[in-house]
Design a protein. Structure first.
Length: 565
């Protein structure tokens, strides 16, 4: 009997000592109120909700930015985008063109590079959106496989409205774009004609000037009118396998790739890090036929149910592989729902603002769910401020690899909070940026139960509206003469700022302004990845599957060419 007990104890100890697998489930543009566990009663999301039931739900879980590229860089590195060069500086707030030279610097250490040091097999399936080339065609310096991942299948760039063939991003952002472009061209050509008529220039000069003006204008028109041709690519590792992307059925293919990777890792008894970076809920939303018309909320609801199914398949894969009890599962979204696009933009619940808004919580407060059998209590809830940047300290601790000491980390060790061993978030201050400009600061005093938010800028909303035209501008945000301070614990909607003449306001302002000064001092100079020369597309680098660009650039991933959509 004693021998049996000793063997069981040894087995239990061995199981506990095993390095945990890590499954990160990252939604795209999902609203805070989209999930059943966050109050949605219109669409069922039982699989995602099960993570909350079996683990911890974070109700003040925050991204480092309200747009995709900077937010994702912060999640992977645990550092504010202003520290890594990934903070937008102008109107372009994401890495729009896959074939620009902008991307996550090689010097940054990602969660995959941390787990690799501990013998993990790492994969990123789905959306990357953090660059590809840096110095020359084919160098793939910003590719996921150069950032610690061993396998990649997905989008180097992002999903776009243009892929749905209903809207174009450029006209959503600037409704009169084509008219303005043509007007500029016409005015210049008219001036040239006048110069020719009055013999200020000769015919040869006129033709040369006309050509050198018309060609670049047409090139700009062609570029923005054919975004699918220039940006819709699917890669498997370094190989382009599909152009343009078949959005219908893409979720099923991502699931297939994820499950295959998981099986290969477990069959070889290797711990794994798997980041499933879903395309849903970003527009254009297209689902497989199985989910068409299955919800009462149109295609957004259909896409939400397909996403929930996808998460369910990954959770089932853990059970089938026998590793569910030794896997940390983390679900979140890269930013809030995109309110400007209406029914296809998600639901942020009671929160103010949405994607692209700098300070309001609707753009930066997202679902945050984590389960870790044997480590975290089931059904727990924390209302304390937490950040996506906190995932890297958790992972580093779990795999036994210390974080580099040569850089400043903004993620904090929140595991004691999630384990309910402490009651207050380790984040006394969280800084909310819009691009590279600080628009708000979250303040959690070391006593009491209240979280405060100090707001210095508000988005440049349309008159009489609570939205911008398509994406709010950081540079044109309205600076408040007197910053607003909100009690985020009792007023999450940010409707009633406390009175500036109150003692509480003065105390909060003093604490926050001191923290801002210390934060600014901690920022080292860094090369921006959002300079215009880095963001501009390198047209000569554009790939073409079956021909010479731009002709006959059409191919289907052969692995899934017979799959139904």
């Amino acid at each position: 009997m004693y021998l049996t007990v000793a063997i069981l104890a040894l087995l239990a100890s061995s199981a506990h000592a095993r390095k945990p697998n890590i499954l990160i489930l990252l939604a795209d543009d999902m609203g805070y109120g989209d999930l059943g566990c966050y109050g949605n009663t219109s669409v069922r999301t039982p699989n995602i909700d099960s993570i909350a039931r079996d683990g911890v739900k974070m109700t003040q879980h925050l991204t480092a930015a309200s747009t995709c590229t900077p937010s994702r860089s912060a999640l992977l590195t645990g550092r504010y985008p202003v520290r890594t060069g990934m903070a937008p500086k102008g109107i372009m707030r994401v890495n729009l063109w896959p074939y620009s030279t902008s991307g996550l610097p090689e010097s940054e250490v990602t969660i995959a590079e941390i787990t690799r040091q501990s013998g993990y097999r790492n994969a990123l399936i789905g959306k990357w959106h953090l660059g590809l080339h840096r110095d020359r065609l084919g160098d793939h310096a910003h590719h996921p496989l150069n950032q610690g991942f061993d396998h990649f299948y997905g989008l180097i760039g992002t999903n776009l409205d243009d892929y749905g063939h209903e809207f174009k991003v450029v006209t959503l952002m600037r409704p009169y774009w084509y008219g303005q472009l043509f007007s500029v061209w016409a005015v210049t050509v008219t001036a040239l004609v006048c110069l020719l008529k009055f013999r200020y220039v000769g015919p040869v000069t006129f033709l040369l000037a006309f050509m050198f003006w018309t060609l670049p204008v047409y090139a700009i028109y062609f570029l923005f009118d054919n975004m699918e041709l220039f940006t819709s690519f699917l890669f498997r590792n370094h190989l382009l396998v599909e152009q343009p992307i078949r959005l219908a059925g893409l979720s099923q293919r991502l699931v297939n790739e994820g499950l295959e990777f998981m099986r290969n890792a477990t069959d070889n008894d290797l711990p794994f890090l798997l980041v499933m970076s879903w395309v849903h809920m970003h527009v254009a939303i297209e689902t497989s036929m199985e989910f068409h018309g299955k919800s009462c909320l149109g295609r957004y609801g259909d896409g939400l149910q397909e996403l929930d199914w996808s998460v369910g398949e990954m959770l089932r894969g853990l059970r089938d592989a026998g590793v569910e009890e030794n896997t940390l599962v983390y679900f979140t979204s890269d930013n809030g729902g995109h309110r400007e696009i209406g029914a296809d933009g998600g639901y942020n619940g009671r929160l103010k603002g949405g994607k692209g808004h700098g300070a309001p919580d609707g753009g930066i407060r997202v679902p945050g769910l984590m389960k870790w059998p044997g480590v975290l209590r089931t059904g727990a809830v924390t209302d304390e401020p937490t950040s996506q940047m906190d995932i890297i300290p958790i992972i580093a601790d779990a795999v036994g690899v210390p974080l580099p000491v040569d850089r400043k980390y903004d993620g904090r060790g929140i595991l004691p909070l999630l384990k309910e061993k402490v009651a207050i978030s380790p984040h006394e201050f969280l800084f909310h940026y819009c691009g590279d400009k600080l628009h708000a600061v979250r303040y959690r005093p070391r006593t009491g139960h209240t979280t405060w938010k100090y707001v210095t800028h508000t988005p440049p909303l349309l008159p009489e509206r609570t939205t911008c035209r398509f994406m709010c501008s950081c540079n044109n945000a309205v600076r408040l003469a007197t910053p607003d301070v909100y009690d985020m614990t009792s007023d999450p909607c940010e409707t009633t700022p406390i009175k500036p003449e109150s003692k509480m306001y003065r105390e909060i302002s003093a604490a926050v302004e001191s923290a801002i000064r210390e934060h600014v001092i901690s920022l080292d100079p860094v090369e921006s990845q959002f300079r215009w020369d880095r963001l501009v597309p390198r047209v000569t680098w554009q790939p073409c599957c079956n021909g010479i660009f731009p002709f006959n650039c059409d191919c289907v991933d052969k692995k899934f060419e017979n799959s139904k959509s």
